[in-house]
Structure formats: structure tokens, C-alpha cells
Design a protein around this ligand. Structure first.
Ligand SMILES: Nc1ncnc2c1ncn2[C@@H]1O[C@H](COP(=O)(O)OP(=O)(O)OP(=O)(O)O)[C@@H](O)[C@H]1O
Length: 298
């Protein structure tokens, strides 16, 4: 297993404010990572550190085994598509593709133009004249066609409609299976992409609170719903991360493997057990009243 990114005790402060605090993780080659968290959690800051657009104030960061700062051999292997990516005003979409081709050694011209067609992008139009969704689609095309060994998408689809987002996910999956590479996808549309993601990193207030395989997370939390007293009895001694009462009913969210939940007891008490989606799990773990920081980080 090759390490693409290694982060040890990483800190990034802006003056007194700690945007990233004591983060440790590793990104392996040829996997799709989801970088998730609330607004202002520190996701973009972390991506900027990895791509050497910002510099750490503490700790160690290695990308492809080296410090990425002003390191051409590292940076030439990265494609970072940012939310609201900027392009020169006088460039047409065609010009942007031409420059991209010269920047990315693995660029696939044919793939790029097939994506342009798929997203209905007008080649001669300048960025200022593109709709918001079209503007995002240009970034998506570059990110995919770059085939960069480390491709990072930071909320790449502002304004992209559901059809175009679905096209993005399909193309990403298909191309990734034919040309494996490492992808980091930061998004708030977690349910939409949860099937694509193989490993999940969740940041909350600058700290890493989840670092786990998506598969493991799919089975760690359940919602238990039923008559309030029976639910309370059922969840006694279990780790409850949320309680939502309504009328005489209670919906409690527990962190527990379903296999170790007593299905018979649930059935006889008229309790329903349903798995929490990745999005619900992230919401539960990062909402304000949560005091679970660090609880599930490895
Ligand atoms: N240059 C800067 N100077 C001061 N504070 C900054 C700077 N850049 C980012 N921050 C702060 O660092 C924190 C993390 O910001 P960041 O952009 O990394 O969040 P994010 O997780 O990407 O959020 P979003 O989901 O809203 O894009 C925020 O509080 C932000 O205001």
C-alpha cells in the first residue's frame, strides 16, 4: 500500500484562530476519500495545505513522500478543483482545456471533449458568460480528464443540476475503475456520493473526528423508534448520540453494531431499528450539542 498523503500533528492557525488542530491521517493510493464536515470546519484549509496553497504552522505533511512546498514533482501530480474555480476572463472554454492539457501529464483529450459534450458546454464561450452550473462543469471536466494521481474536488458542483451531478458521479466511477487514482471529494451532498466513497474523513472545528472505511461507518449507528419508555429501556447502557421525542414516541440514535442489538427484544417491544445513513451520522456527530469530538477518530 502506497501512501499519497501523510499528515502528523498538523496545525494551521490564522493569528490566534486554529483552523486545523493536531490532525493525523494517511491517504492511500487509488482510493476515493470523502472529506466531510460543516461549514468552516477546515476542509478547504486542509486541501490548500495538501496542495501547498497554504503552509502549516505546525506538524508534518508529506504528499507523495515529500514536502509539497514549491515541489514541482509533487504538484504536477495533483489536480485541485475548487469551489468557484477562477479562470482568466479572456480565455474561452477551449483555451482553458488547451492550458489544462499542458499542465497535466496524464490529460486525456478525447475524454475531455466527450465530457464537454456530455455537459453541453459551449467551447467558444468565455467563463464570464457561462451559467453558474456550466462554470462548475468546466472544473469537473478538468478534474476528470486530468487523470491526476491525486485529484481533489472541493464542492465542485455549485449550481450543477441533478442530471449533471449524476453524470459527474457516473463518469467519475467509470473512469476511476479503468484508471485508478486517488480522489478526495469534499461535499455537503453526502447521501448523493456515499456509494462512491471508500474512506471517510470528517473534520469538526478543525479536528479530525472520523477516519474510517465507509463500509465500517455504514453499520455503526442505528435509530431506534417506538414507545418512549420501551425505547429508553432498550437503549439503557447503550451509547445514545441523539434523542428525538414526538408525542409518546421516542427516536433514539445509538452507536452500536446492529448484530449486537437485541433484535428479539426490539421485536417484542414493538421497536423499529433502522440504519443511519452516512449523512445522518455526520450530522449527528457534528451538530452543536454534540460533545463527541474525537470519539470515533482512529
Ligand atoms: N485566510 C484566512 N484567514 C483567517 N481565517 C481563515 C482563513 N481561511 C480560512 N479561515 C477560517 O478557517 C476556518 C475553516 O475554513 P475552511 O474554508 O477551511 O472551512 P470549510 O470546512 O472548507 O467550510 P465550507 O464547507 O463552508 O467551505 C473558518 O473559520 C474560516 O473562516
Amino acid at each position: 500500500m502506497k501512501k499519497v498523503v501523510e499528515v502528523n500533528q498538523l496545525d494551521k492557525s490564522y493569528g490566534e484562530f486554529k483552523a486545523i488542530e493536531d490532525i493525523n491521517f494517511m491517504i492511500e493510493e487509488n482510493k476515493i476519500y470523502g472529506l466531510l464536515g460543516r461549514n468552516g470546519a477546515g476542509k478547504t484549509t486542509l486541501m490548500k495545505l495538501i496542495t501547498a496553497q497554504e503552509f502549516p504552522t505546525g506538524g508534518e505533511l508529506k504528499v507523495f513522500g515529500a514536502n509539497p512546498e514549491e515541489n514541482r514533482s509533487v504538484l504536477s501530480r495533483i489536480c485541485f478543483i475548487k469551489e468557484s474555480q477562477k479562470y482568466p476572463d479572456n480565455f474561452s472554454v477551449h483555451d482553458i482545456l488547451k492550458v489544462s492539457k499542458s499542465l497535466f501529464p496524464n490529460w486525456d483529450e478525447e475524454f475531455a471533449y466527450s465530457l464537454i459534450k456530455g455537459f453541453n458546454l459551449p467551447l467558444k464561450r468565455k467563463p464570464k458568460k457561462l451559467s453558474r452550473g456550466m462554470h462548475s462543469a468546466v472544473g469537473v471536466v478538468i478534474g476528470l480528464a486530468s487523470r491526476a494521481p491525486l485529484t481533489i474536488f472541493d464542492e465542485p458542483y455549485l449550481g450543477l443540476d441533478a442530471v449533471s451531478r449524476s453524470l459527474f458521479y457516473d463518469k467519475l466511477m467509470k473512469d476511476y475503475s479503468e484508471h485508478p487514482r486517488t480522489v478526495i471529494l469534499s461535499t455537503h451532498l453526502i447521501d448523493e456520493v456515499s456509494n462512491l466513497l471508500e474512506h471517510i474523513l470528517v473534520i469538526d472545528k478543525g479536528r479530525l473526528i472520523i477516519n474510517d472505511e465507509a463500509e465500517n461507518l455504514r453499520g455503526i449507528a442505528y435509530t431506534v423508534t417506538g414507545q418512549a419508555a420501551r425505547v429508553e429501556a432498550f437503549v439503557k447502557n447503550k451509547e445514545v448520540i441523539d434523542r428525538e421525542p414526538f408525542g409518546g414516541l421516542l427516536s433514539a440514535t445509538v452507536i452500536q453494531n446492529k448484530n449486537s442489538l437485541d433484535q428479539n427484544q426490539a421485536a417484542t417491544s414493538g421497536i423499529e431499528i433502522s440504519p443511519l445513513s452516512l449523512q445522518q451520522l455526520v450530522v449527528h456527530l457534528t451538530k452543536e450539542k454534540s460533545t463527541r469530538e474525537g470519539a470515533v477518530a482512529q
